[in-house]
Design a protein around this ligand. Structure first.
Ligand SMILES: [Zn+2]
Length: 253
C-alpha cells in the first residue's frame, strides 16, 4: 500500500512548468491524491484534472478568503460541479478570522450554505479554519449528520477530542516545523485511525525542504514524523492513513 495526499492544489500555477512530471511521480508513488478547489476556477480545474487521471479526485467549494462575491448563482455552479462522480467532497470551506476578507457574519453564512450544499449532494466537507476554532466547532455541532476533515488541523488536543467522532484531522508539513508543539501533542494523543495525511502543496512545505515548493510526494516526510512521534512502524502509518483517506472520501478502490 502507498500513501495518499488528501489535500493539494496541483492546478496551482507553480506547477505549470512540470505538472506532467509531478503527475507521473504521483502515479508511481502514491495511492491517489485529492485536488482541492477554493474558488470557482480552481474547482473547475480540479474536476478537469480528476476526469483526466484515474488516481486524482477533486473537491469543489469556495474558501473563506475567496467568498467576497458569493451568491446564489455561484453556489449553483458549485452544486452543478459537485454532481461529478470524481468530486469526493465540498471544500475547502470554513472560517478565516486571520485574513478577514469579509466580516465574520458573512463568513458564517457562506460556511452554513456550503454545509447545506454538502448535505444535498450527500458528500463530506473539507474544512479550513484559522483563528476561528470556537465558531467552527459550534457550527459543526448544528449538523450532526455531516462528516469530513479539518484540513491542516490547527487546534489543540482538547478541541480535537470534540471533533474526532465525525471528523478526520488533516496532518501536514506543519508537524515537521520546529514550533509545532501543539500539533505534536495532537498526533501523540489522537488515535492514528482519526488522521489523514496531506501536503497542501504548493504551500506549507515540510522539513527538510521548507522554503521550497511543496509537492504531493512529500507526504512521506509527514508520515515518517507521525511514526516517530507515535513510536510505531512507518508501514503502519501508511496502511492506516490510506485506509482512513478512502473512508473519509468514500473511495472504494
Ligand atoms: Zn488548501
Amino acid at each position: 500500500m502507498k500513501l495518499v495526499d488528501t489535500h493539494c492544489h496541483l492546478d496551482n500555477e507553480k506547477f505549470d512548468l512540470d505538472r506532467e512530471i509531478i503527475i507521473d511521480e504521483i502515479e508511481k508513488n502514491l495511492e491517489f491524491i485529492v485536488n482541492i478547489g477554493y474558488d470557482l476556477k480552481s474547482s473547475e480545474r480540479s474536476v478537469e484534472l480528476a476526469n483526466k487521471y484515474s488516481f486524482i479526485y477533486a473537491t469543489v467549494g469556495i474558501h473563506p478568503i475567496d467568498i467576497t462575491d458569493y451568491n446564489e448563482e455561484l453556489e449553483g455552479k458549485i452544486e452543478e460541479l459537485a454532481q461529478d462522480k470524481k468530486v469526493v467532497a465540498i471544500g475547502e470551506i470554513g472560517l478565516d478570522y486571520h485574513w478577514m476578507t469579509t466580516p465574520k457574519e458573512f463568513q458564517i453564512e457562506c460556511f452554513r450554505k456550503q454545509i447545506e450544499l454538502a448535505k444535498r449532494v450527500d458528500k463530506p466537507v473539507v474544512i479550513h479554519t484559522r483563528d476561528a476554532m470556537e465558531d467552527t466547532v459550534n457550527i459543526l455541532k448544528e449538523y450532526p449528520e455531516i462528516t469530513g476533515v479539518l484540513h491542516c488541523y490547527p487546534g489543540s488536543y482538547d478541541t480535537a477530542k470534540l471533533l474526532i467522532d465525525r471528523f478526520y484531522l488533516g496532518i501536514g508539513g506543519v508537524l515537521t516545523f520546529k514550533n509545532s508543539k501543539k500539533t505534536v501533542e495532537v498526533v501523540k494523543n489522537i488515535p492514528l485511525e482519526r488522521m489523514v495525511i496531506e501536503t497542501d502543496s504548493p504551500y506549507l512545505t515540510p522539513e527538510p525542504n521548507r522554503g521550497k515548493r511543496n509537492e504531493p510526494l512529500y507526504v512521506e516526510y509527514v508520515a515518517r514524523k507521525i511514526a516517530e512521534i507515535k513510536g510505531i512502524e512507518y508501514e503502519e502509518v501508511v496502511k492506516v492513513t490510506t485506509e482512513n483517506a478512502k473512508k473519509l472520501y468514500k473511495i472504494e478502490a
